[in-house]
Design a protein around this ligand. Structure first.
Ligand code: NDP
Ligand code: 8X3
Length: 252
C-alpha cells in the first residue's frame, strides 16, 4: 500500500518541492494551500506524472473551524497518514520593531504558530488511531537566533521550535516522531511575499551567494521521513554553504 503524506503550503516553494519529491517516490499526497486553482492544477500534474492519488484541500490555516472541518473528516482511504509536514508559513516585512506593522505581526503569528497548532490538532487523532506517525515542522534559522529587523517573524519560528520540542515529548506515548527542520535562506516565493511584491528587494537578499533551493530542503525532509521506524531525526539545521547561521554570510 502506498504511504500517505500531508503537506501544508504546497502551492509553491518548499511545500511544492516536498510533494513532488514524495510523489515521485510513490507516496499518495494530501496537499493544501489557499490558491485553489494552483493547487488543483498541481494535484492533476502530480497524479498524471506519478500514478499516485492526490487530495487537494484549499483552505487558510488561520481559520480554526475550517481547518477542523477540512481535516477531521477525511475520506477513510486517507486516514492512514504517515507523515504530516507543517510547512505553510510566511514572513511579512523586515523592519525595526518600533516600525513594525501590527497586522503583519498578527498574520505571521496566526499562520506560522496558530495554523501549525490547528493542523497538528486535527491530524494527531489519525496518528493515535494508527499507533504511529511523524510530524515534521518547518522552522527556520530565524527560530534559532534572532537577526536585526527579524523580530516577530523570528519569534514565530522560535515558537515553532518550542512546539516541536513539546510535541516530541508529549506524543512519545503514541509513538509519534517529531522533527524540526530549520532552513536558512532559500529561493522560493518567500522573499516576494515578505516584501509584498517588491521583487528587486526580495532578490537582493540572495545577492552574492547561492542560496538553498526548495528541492534541497525537500531532499532533507524526505531523508528524515524515510528513516527506519526506530530512528527519529529530532532537529535539522540546513543552510547554504555561504551561510553560517541566521546572521553570518560569506558573499562574493
Ligand atoms: P513560499 O511563499 O514559496 O510558500 C509558502 C506556502 O505557504 C505557500 O504554499 C502558501 O500557499 C502557504 N501559505 C502561506 N500562508 C498560508 C495560509 N494562511 N494558509 C494556508 N497556506 C498558507 O515560501 P517557502 O516555501 O519558502 O516557505 C515555506 C515555509 O518555510 C514557511 O513556513 C517559511 O517560514 C519557511 N522557511 C522559508 C525559508 C526561505 O528562505 N524561503 C527559510 C526557512 C524557513 P497559499 O499562498 O496558496 O496559501
Ligand atoms: C527564512 C530565512 O533568514 O529570511 O526563515 O529568516 S530568514
Amino acid at each position: 500500500m502506498n504511504k500517505i503524506i500531508l503537506v501544508t503550503g504546497a502551492t509553491s516553494g518548499f511545500g511544492k518541492a516536498i510533494a513532488e519529491k514524495f510523489a515521485e517516490a510513490g507516496w499518495n499526497c494530501i496537499i493544501t494551500g489557499r490558491r485553489e486553482e494552483r493547487l488543483k492544477e498541481f494535484a492533476e500534474k502530480l497524479q498524471q506524472e506519478n500514478k499516485i492519488n492526490v487530495l487537494p484541500l484549499a483552505f487558510d490555516v488561520r481559520e480554526r473551524e475550517t481547518v477542523s472541518n477540512k481535516l477531521s473528516n477525511l475520506p477513510p482511504e486517507w486516514h492512514a497518514i504517515d507523515v504530516l509536514v507543517n510547512n505553510a508559513g510566511l514572513a511579512l516585512g523586515r523592519s525595526p520593531f518600533d516600525e513594525g506593522d501590527i497586522d503583519d505581526w498578527e498574520t505571521m503569528i496566526d499562520t506560522n504558530v496558530k495554523g501549525l497548532l490547528y493542523v497538528s490538532k486535527a491530524i494527531i487523532p489519525y496518528f493515535k488511531k494508527g499507533g504511529k506517525g511523524h510530524i515534521i515542522n518547518m522552522g527556520s534559522v530565524a527560530g534559532k537566533e534572532i537577526y536585526k529587523d527579524g523580530n516577530v517573524y523570528c519569534a514565530s519560528k522560535f515558537a515553532v521550535d518550542a512546539i516541536t520540542k513539546s510535541q516530541r515529548v508529549d506524543l512519545l506515548p503514541h509513538k509519534i516522531k517529531v522533527t524540526g527542520i530549520h532552513p536558512g535562506a532559500a529561493l522560493t516565493e518567500f522573499g516576494v511575499v515578505r516584501f509584498k511584491g517588491d521583487e528587486q528587494k526580495a532578490n537582493s537578499v540572495y545577492d552574492g551567494y547561492q542560496p538553498l533551493s526548495a528541492s534541497d530542503v525537500a531532499d532533507v525532509v524526505y531523508y528524515a521521513a524515510t528513516m527506519p521506524a526506530n530512528v527519529c531525526l529530532n532537529d535539522i539545521v540546513i543552510t547554504a554553504t555561504a551561510q553560517a547561521n541566521a546572521i553570518y554570510f560569506q558573499k562574493e
